[in-house]
Design a protein around this ligand. Structure first.
Ligand code: AMP
Length: 600
């Protein structure tokens, strides 16, 4: 395709020759979505024909869609768990993938309380890198001049473990930041970060954040965009600034580095960046010393054109706070990805968050879609009668689907658990609104707590009330993001059978901690290692409150026979009702237990 035809494409003129190529690639992939998908599937099946998994389903040498769909079941992580455990334990035979498993990616989705382990292969890094390489060319169509400055991105690695068989297990971004693809990325004037690699790659989250913030402050005039992966991460950085600006200003005034930053490679690299600048230190003290932190992002980084953070899905709850700190700067949600596979990108990244649609890139994996119609019987009920899944090119606008993927790394017809709604097409590739992740009740950061986990946590904690002859008669929950970090609030209605011996504050605080101990490992990691979730809070409400809640729901049209207590609330009038009935509040007194997971 000539550059001319890209100029007339709906995406507009590219900023440079490199961008033109990237945009051309997007055009080619999306114009030929169906045939690209057919080829991707054939390639995946051909190379993996002799894996234990595909041989088990007697696929033979077939690589066509019909045979694939008729023989291969739609599965969840739990179905694959025994095979994944064998790989983790060191079985190097081609179980799922003919290519050797290079490492495990630890998803923030959990299974039996632990992060899911996604096997991946070396070449997937290139596929992820390819998707990243498309983001700035698209952004450059909407925001000009991004080559004239830098991006202040707060990027972090997390702890990694080894499986019993010796494979590394770590989050996908940790894998990416530690890869040669990231560390040795060629200089690109449109993609220069203020954070040095040494800071991003420091495993200590305080030292990493401190250094990234310090560099961002030194380069405040150059910063054109401010970002983190998710909205919660950017707000954590703001909170960090609130807590540490005095020390940061001191470092800038003296040109020396806080002694709490001990990492040798950071100290070495910062030696070339630090310089005494009393003007800048005065400025920071003046801005941060004010009680009012409204628009702090644009006050400190005045040339910021947009925030680069995901605010779709569960992260939408942070939009008002981000608007407060940034004076309503545009919030660009650029991509949609997971540990299993990187899916696609937003071709209109400066649009309003409520209008974000992600275009799935047909070259990333083979995609199928399970219609999400609760009334129909299209849900997967047995492995033997596969449901009718729809191909990428044949989706209907306005309908909701659950994403099912077949990847190069050896997941076949795997249910990701995301519900997407088709909003339109770019050429012949569908675009999706991210509706929700299935079964997630509460989420503050990357944690995802479902109803069963909350129920188990309440059951565990309420055992501590036995000595008070008290039980929890009803409960509901709320993700409170008014303060940073946010925290879980659990409303409890108690039945105390012995009013002379009702539960003490100490006991209820222990209940908070017992709940935290019972929640999954991602929650506990956020609490302990990332400090991205605050102490869990129990709000005890007056007797009869949940009956009032039911009366309220019925007054708004709920059926009295079908009414169920909502296990999570966010609707303001309900929150107001609950909060007006609170008799006492209790916070978890200490951190729950968390250590990097051992895989057995
Ligand atoms: P993980 O496996 O921990 O990498 O989490 C991946 C999940 O995060 C996806 O399956 C989605 O549920 C969610 N996610 C990723 N990107 C987005 C996005 N742009 N908008 C909303 N949710 C997202």
């Amino acid at each position: 395709m000539a550059v001319d035809s890209i100029l007339s494409s709906p995406l507009g003129p590219p900023a440079c020759e490199k961008d033109a190529k990237a945009l051309q690639f997007i055009e080619e992939m999306t114009r030929n979505a169906d045939s690209v998908q057919e080829n991707v599937l054939a390639e995946i099946l051909a190379r993996n024909a002799h894996t234990e998994y595909l041989e088990g389903y007697k696929l033979g040498e077939a690589t066509d869609r019909e045979t694939f769909k008729s023989k291969i079941p739609v599965v969840t992580y739990e179905d694959l768990h025994p095979l994944i455990q064998r790989i983790a334990d060191g079985d190097r035979s081609p179980i799922l993938s003919a290519h050797p498993v290079s490492e495990f990616l630890t998803s923030s989705g959990t299974s039996a309380g632990e992060r899911k382990l996604m096997p991946t292969i070396q070449e997937e890094l290139d596929r992820r890198q390819l998707l990243y390489s498309l983001l700035m060319p698209v952004m450059n169509l909407y925001v000009r001049g991004l080559d004239k400055g830098k991006g202040l991105y707060f990027l972090f690695i997390k702890s990694e473990t080894k499986t019993p068989g010796g494979l590394v297990a770590r989050p996908v971004l940790t894998s990416y930041y530690k890869s040669e693809q990231f560390k040795r990325r060629p200089y690109d004037p449109y993609n220069v970060y203020t954070s040095p690699n040494e800071a991003i790659l420091c495993p200590d989250s305080f030292q990493s954040m401190y250094t990234q913030m310090l560099c961002g402050l030194y380069e405040r005039e150059q910063v054109l965009r401010v970002g983190a992966v998710f909205a919660s991460g950017l707000l954590r950085a703001i909170r960090f600034l609130q807590l540490n600006w005095q020390q940061l200003a001191r470092d800038i005034r003296t040109g020396t580095l806080n002694p709490k930053v001990t990492d040798a490679s950071i100290r070495e690299c910062m030696a070339g960046i630090l310089r005494p600048d009393s003007c800048l230190a005065d400025f920071i003290c003046k801005e941060c010393g004010e009680d009012n932190w409204e628009r702090i992002i644009t006050r400190i980084w005045p040339n910021t054109k947009y925030l680069d953070v995901i605010v779709t899905g569960a992260m939408a709850q942070y939009i008002p706070t981000l608007d407060y700190y940034s004076g309503g700067l545009p919030k660009a949600c650029t991509m949609y990805a997971s540990s299993e596979c990187y899916f696609g990108l937003n071709l209109n990244p400066m649009c309003n968050p409520s209008e974000v649609s992600y275009t799935i890139m047909p070259n990333m994996a083979y995609f199928e879609f399970l219609p999400n119609e609760p009334s129909s019987n299209t849900t997967v009920s047995s492995r033997r009668s596969p449901p009718k899944l729809v191909d990428l090119a044949h989706l209907e606008i306005g309908k909701e689907y659950e994403l099912v993927i077949t990847t190069y790394a050896g997941l076949y017809r795997y249910r990701v658990g995301d519900i997407l709604r088709v909003t339109g097409f770019h050429n012949s590739a569908p675009q999706f609104h991210f509706v929700r992740r299935k079964n997630v009740l509460l989420s503050i950061d990357s944690d995802k707590t479902d109803e069963a986990e909350l129920q188990a946590a309440v059951a565990k904690a309420s055992q501590l009330l036995r000595e008070f002859n008290t039980s929890v008669v009803e409960y509901t929950s709320y993700a409170d993001t008014n303060s940073i970090p946010g925290h879980y609030v659990i409303y409890w209605e108690l039945l105390a059978k012995d009013s002379a011996n009702s539960p003490t504050d100490l006991a209820l605080r222990q209940c908070c901690l017992a709940m935290e101990e019972s929640l999954n490992s991602v929650y506990r990691q956020c609490r302990v290692a990332d400090n991205s979730i605050g102490p869990l809070e129990i709000r005890v409400v007056k007797n009869g409150t949940f009956e009032e809640l039911m009366d309220y729901a019925i007054s708004r049209g709920a059926s009295i026979n079908q009414y169920k207590v909502p296990r999570c609330v966010s609707f303001t009038p309900i929150m107001e009702l609950l909060d007006s009935r609170v008799v006492s509040t209790h916070f978890s007194p200490s951190l729950p237990h968390w250590t990097p997971e051992r895989r057995r």
